[in-house]
Design a protein around this ligand. Structure first.
Ligand code: GAR
Length: 206
């Protein structure tokens, strides 16, 4: 077992409620084997940046729109991750697809939370509210959330945890998004991050 905690970067683009769940889990001792050392935002206006500041966590913004192309965006992300000596990357509402070159640098060291039961309603184009719109349009009676490792296939890496959430009559995409967050994402993600952080400290595979 390594002495130090696993050094975590949380990558965000928007509201950052999953980041908040991780910050709260750290305070509550649910997240013990890892420590959030960096919040990295792809969007300068993300409210997640305010959450990081309130929690006293260093935050870096790499605006995707300010970069000429994906290579420049990813090389800036990489520079920040290296500067903070990050062991584990958590994509928490990060709305950019990363290249195989980038994901390949972090095999089983990068995880993502997705708001459906993969393999339903996932992959390129399925993010945020769009996922819930698609679930309601299809008419499924159960949806949920998935935490998985990230590889070169969007939402295609090995599944770590899943939780089902029932769809109710009268659901709108917004109502469903909130229920999936409350009943699944905010619970699953901190537990998964703790599990992977512990495995990294022990040098084990989960
Ligand atoms: C969450 O529901 C997350 O699962 C989803 O975006 C939302 C971000 O909310 N992520 C994706 O759709 C990625 N494919 P947050 O910023 O409040 O955590």
């Amino acid at each position: 077992m390594r002495d130090s905690q696993t050094r975590i970067a949380v990558l965000v683009s928007g509201g950052g409620t999953n980041l908040q769940a991780l910050i709260d889990a750290q305070k509550a001792g649910i997240l013990q084997n890892g420590k959030i050392e960096l919040v990295l935002s792809g969007n300068p206006d993300a409210y997640a940046l305010v959450r990081a500041e309130k929690a006293g966590i260093p935050a870096v913004t790499v605006g995707r729109k300010a970069c000429a192309n994906r290579e420049e965006f990813e090389s800036k992300l990489l520079a920040a991750l290296e500067e903070y000596k990050i062991d584990l990357i958590v994509l928490a509402g990060f709305m950019h697809i990363l290249s195989a070159d980038f994901t390949g640098r972090w095999p089983e060291r990068m995880i993502n939370v997705h708001p459906s039961l993969i393999p339903s309603f996932c992959g390129e184009g399925f993010y945020g509210l769009r996922v819930h719109e698609a679930a309601l349009r299809y008419g499924v009676k159960v949806t949920g959330a998935t935490v998985h490792f990230v590889n070169e296939v969007p939402d295609g890496g090995r599944i770590i945890a899943q939780k089902a959430v029932e769809i109710q009559e009268g659901d709108t995409p917004e109502i469903l998004q909130k229920r999936v967050m409350e009943e699944a994402e905010w619970i699953l993600l901190p537990r998964a991050v703790e599990k992977v952080s512990m495995a990294i400290r022990k040098g084990e595979r989960i």
